[in-house]
Design a binder for this molecule. Structure first.
Ligand SMILES: [Cu+2]
Length: 164
């Protein structure tokens, strides 16, 4: 949920770092699909990451990563919004402690990105649109989330692992 200008700036910096650090061929490519069951569906709630016994079958939107892991280093996320009618995005969150929930802004019904370990994003894709985020990641557990208000609580997150 950053401005286009900020996102382009971040993308430019990311690509510049990638170019200096490693040849482009060394990047792991991860395909990320953003999907939903249509704007006519009432959004689910209570499907926030780490909620005990959550029923993900209730989710009306989702995010998948293929593959769901990568080796440490440069990772290129190629993100497609497959929705027909809804804006989605993808943010890479580093989980300092995977057993803890991400800091949440209840009033805005979304994750507090600045406090949560935001490693970069493909912000607010219109339906049918695609974008790429290239970022250097260290080993650990990550979450890929959509942070359009309500979407994280509707289960729009997936786990992603970076190995040594
Ligand atoms: Cu979304």
């Amino acid at each position: 949920m950053k401005s286009v200008k900020q996102s382009l700036l971040a993308m430019g910096v990311g690509l510049a770092l990638a170019f200096v650090a490693l040849p482009a061929s060394a990047a792991t490519v991860v395909k990320v699909d953003l999907t939903d069951k249509g704007a006519g569906m009432e959004m689910a709630t209570g499907l926030i990451y780490t909620t005990p016994a959550l029923d993900r079958a209730k989710a009306t939107m989702g995010i998948t990563a293929t593959p769901a892991k990568a080796r440490a280093g440069i990772v290129s996320f190629e993100v497609t919004n497959n929705s027909k009618d809804t804006i989605h995005e993808m943010i890479v969150m580093y989980l300092a402690d995977p057993t803890k929930p991400l800091p949440y802004l209840d009033a805005e019904n979304r994750v507090d990105e600045d406090k949560a370990g935001d490693k970069g994003e493909v912000s607010e894709l219109d339906p049918g649109k695609s974008g790429t985020l290239t970022v250097a990641l260290k080993p650990g557990k990550y979450l890929l989330i959509c942070n359009v208000p309500g979407h994280f609580a509707d289960g729009m997150w997936t786990e992603f692992e970076v190995t040594k």
